[in-house]
Design a protein around this ligand. Structure first.
Ligand code: SAM
Ligand code: GLN
Length: 283
């Protein structure tokens, strides 16, 4: 029988992670997950002995994360986004906190400009479904459509929608095409498309480049290919006051603005910074 206490195994894990240049807080996230306890009980139990059946898989997960960079979200199978838990796996981008700001922006824009009327909202490249599902739950007046080209991603999104009781119309296909085919008119088009230029792959961390799906990260034409296609396609689904809102890479504000201005000469376009002060949304 072992007598290893919780804080001791935590110390081992933090040191192991630090040696591999990984964030030490992963030690706590994983330990709380393997213990399966609330945050309070986790802190109260620091001096308790941990059973071997928890220590063994916990150490294995710590080693795997440290040595390969596998995202902690893949190890525990979930990530929280806009106050809710979403299941994730290797077929979807791990949702990013920056994208919560895009959701926040759309909620405010809809509440200001279309407070009570029914709105039709589309999320392009839905991945795990975080944007579509959060918006459907926060905006009860919205009918939400979501597309992705990846069947596996759509399956993750559908499970998340079912778990969170969000009513979403999912369609597989190339960006907006499935909705154009259905003659859907949208009041809001929102997307966090792939936008990383291929040339930047080398600079990405192993956690991103080896584990997020390629389809979710990279776009041709200096990272602009998806915007070009979505903006052109949008011409077929917009109404007079449709809101377009895109997450962008922090150096893409000018290019995406000019793509929108070219497709919609009378539109008003603005760029919004994220909490780190970087350009993150063009709307
Ligand atoms: N919306 C999710 C989020 O914000 O976490 C995922 C965004 S991820 C950056 C981009 C998504 O676009 C991926 O799920 C990918 O499969 C999808 N995608 C890539 N090319 C596509 C295409 N041609 N048509 C539809 N979806 C596409
Ligand atoms: N923001 C993601 C990253 O930095 C990229 C997501 C995207 O291309 N839309 O890895």
């Amino acid at each position: 029988m072992t007598t290893t206490k919780q804080y001791e195994v935590l110390q081992w894990a933090s040191l192991f992670l630090e040696k591999h240049n990984r964030e030490a807080r992963v030690a706590e996230i994983l330990l709380q997950h393997f213990l399966g306890v609330s945050r309070t009980n986790y802190y109260m139990g620091m001096r308790e002995v941990i059973p071997e059946r928890i220590i063994i898989p916990y150490k294995e997960a710590i080693r795997k994360h440290a040595e390969t960079g596998v995202p902690v979200q893949h190890l525990i199978g979930k990530e929280s986004f806009y106050g809710r838990e979403f299941s994730v796996n290797e077929h979807v981008l791990v949702p990013r906190p920056e994208t919560e700001e895009l959701v926040q922006y759309v909620i405010q824009a809809v509440q200001q400009s279309k407070p009570s009327e029914p709105v039709s909202l589309v999320d392009i490249g839905t991945g795990s479904g975080v944007i579509a599902i959060s918006l459907a739950l926060e905006l009860p007046n919205a009918t939400v459509y979501a597309t992705d080209i990846s069947v596996q991603a759509l399956s993750v999104a559908k499970n998340n929608a079912a778990d969170l009781q969000a009513d979403i119309n999912f369609h597989q296909g190339d960006f907006l095409q499935p909705l154009i085919d259905k003659n859907i008119q949208a009041d809001v088009v929102v997307s966090n498309p792939p936008y990383i230029p291929r040339t930047e792959e080398i600079a990405l961390s192993d956690t991103v480049k080896n584990f997020d799906p390629e389809l979710a990260l990279f776009a041709d034409d200096d990272g602009l290919a998806a915007y070009k296609k979505i903006i052109i396609q949008s011409q077929k689904v917009v109404k007079p006051n449709t809101i377009l809102a895109f997450e962008i890479g922090h150096q893409q504000s000018e290019s995406v603005t000019s793509l929108i201005k070219t497709a919609f000469p009378n539109s008003r376009v603005k760029t919004i910074q994220d909490i780190n002060g970087k350009d993150r949304i063009v709307a």
